[in-house]
Design a protein. Structure first.
Length: 503
């Protein structure tokens, strides 16, 4: 199965997996301090069969006095029948500390976004973590994302450069607080990809687009790496809070680690059946972050969420341009709200993010608008966790949504109007920036109010009266006009619920 020219000292590694054991070639370098060569190169070739394990590792013996590791790779893409996945091979790197789950030896991941990378003490390819190169057995991680029936043949070219290492830089991270406006509504986009994963924008370019979109905060969320964290400091400012995180991209769904401590890495090498997600959800929270399953009903390979929502602090219901899978996610979330009031248990707030990767993906469409005490990581997270938020397609859309009783009782988004079951309740929605959109009020009994389209000015006020006996909660949706048919139009905005009645 394996043909390699990684001599001298050729050896192999057995990796057990889904279908059978795999024999992978290794790369051994003989250079010592007395060798005159400045670089050495080895090539490793092999084939992964259909049904390979999710991740396999090619060992590389790195000698003393190595100052740079560079890896490039190629793999074949044979023709496959219609409807059959072809070959796709991801790649990453672990250092001499090993590949144990938890990421202690993690040095970078580029997935399928790059064909080569390097690591030095003072610098690394985006997606990879610079730092001292210690002698020992490093491992190139290969992730056969999909494998054609014919198998996947790969070739790795590994080049070591020798010499004195430069000093490793001390990372500088963005501040955890921006200037803010005190207790106010703040706009943010918490799902963004830079060139540190499969995006094409630098942190500075993303920050410029966030400011242009009227955002107050963003969250970094590159796939399976925290390498971008030190590169956001120059992009932040008094006018823009930059939180740090990761999109944990497993084979059974993606989840945002939202606002973790700087330098936090969260592993992704498990499936739902492995019963390990809870461990890494705790890792996110212990690092000060929120656990937010992303695009739970997306149709891409490995994107559909299969871990359940028991660990979720919020759910990304709206991801990028509004599509049918977002409509399914919205309906699924509403069903979870119904279950929460029926069973008397806690509820999970919803949010929306752009998932922007490259031009022309707009940053801040959609965006989550959060009522927070300050423009700080802690205050924004608390607002998201409490559900004091709504989702809008752009900065143009603003909402004010309240419920009030007859004796001055009052509640806003994410709150509870604690009145008796037969108390008359007035629900009021004020809208601006949504021309020709239709207001729908959704409860645990379904859609109980549908208004006329708003005027072309985009502004309007809707009032609706109910009681807690008729509606355990109420939330608002703004829908664009539909061309034809019974289906509702695409969302322009939606709110988290206001709960009515005593718990």
């Amino acid at each position: 199965m394996c043909d390699d020219d990684a001599r001298p000292g050729r050896r192999s590694l057995i990796v057990t997996g889904a279908a059978a054991a795999l024999t992978l070639g290794s790369a051994t370098f003989a250079r010592g301090a007395d060798t005159m060569h400045r670089t050495e190169t080895r090539t490793v070739r092999g084939t992964l069969p259909a049904g390979s394990p999710d991740f396999v590792y090619v060992p590389v013996d790195v000698p003393e006095h190595t100052r740079e590791i560079k890896v490039s790779y190629t793999y074949d893409r044979p023709a496959v029948p219609a409807g059959t996945p072809g070959n796709a091979l991801d790649i990453g790197l672990f250092d001499e500390r090993g590949t144990e789950l938890g990421g202690k030896g993690f040095r970078g991941w580029s997935g399928g976004a790059r064909t080569e990378f390097f690591v030095r003490a003072d610098d690394a390819t985006p997606g990879y973590v610079p730092g001292t190169i210690h002698a020992g057995t490093w491992r190139i991680a290969l992730g056969p994302y999909t494998v054609a029936p014919q198998g996947l043949s790969y070739e790795l070219t590994i080049t070591l450069t020798y010499g004195e290492q430069a000093a490793a830089p001390d990372p500088v991270y963005p501040p955890q607080r921006a200037k803010g406006r005190g207790r106010a509504w703040y706009r943010g986009d918490c799902h963004l990809h830079s060139w540190h994963s499969d995006g094409r924008r630098t942190p500075a370019e993303i920050a410029a687009l966030a400011r242009a979109a009227g955002l107050d905060f963003i969250n970094s969320s590159d796939h399976n790496t925290h390498s971008s964290h030190p590169h956001w400091a120059d992009a932040a400012g008094d006018d823009l809070l930059v939180m740090l995180g990761e999109e944990i991209t497993t084979r059974n769904g993606h989840v945002l680690a939202l606002g973790t401590d700087p330098g936090t890495f969260v592993d992704w090498r498990y499936r739902a059946r492995d019963n390990r997600f809870g461990r890494f959800a705790r890792r996110v929270r212990e690092s000060g972050g929120l656990v937010v399953p992303a695009h739970p009903h997306a149709t891409c390979v490995g994107c559909n969420w299969k871990f359940g929502f028991g660990e979720a602090d919020a759910i990304e219901v709206w991801n990028g341009p509004y599509t049918p899978d977002d409509e399914v996610a919205l309906a699924d979330w509403d069903g979870m709200l119904v279950a929460s009031v029926r069973d008397g248990r806690g509820w999970i707030p919803a949010m929306g993010n752009s998932d922007a990767h490259r031009d022309p993906d707009p940053v801040g469409s959609p965006q989550t608008v959060v009522l927070a005490d300050d423009l700080s990581r802690e205050a924004i997270q608390e607002g998201i966790r409490a559900g004091r938020s709504y989702v809008a397609e752009s900065r143009n859309v603003s909402l004010a949504f309240t419920a009030s009783g007859g004796r001055g009782e009052h509640a806003g988004i994410g709150g509870r109007l604690a009145v008796s079951p037969d108390t008359p309740v007035t629900v009021r929605l004020e809208v601006s920036g949504a021309p020709r959109c239709t207001v729908r009020l959704v409860t645990d009994q379904g859609v109980l109010f549908t208004g006329d389209p708003l005027p072309v000015t985009g502004s309007g006020v809707v009032e609706w009266r109910t009681t807690p006996a008729n509606a355990a909660y109420v939330r608002a949706e703004l829908r664009h006009e539909t061309a034809a048919g019974p289906l509702p139009g695409a969302l322009a905005a939606f709110t988290n619920p206001i709960f009515l009645g005593h718990r």
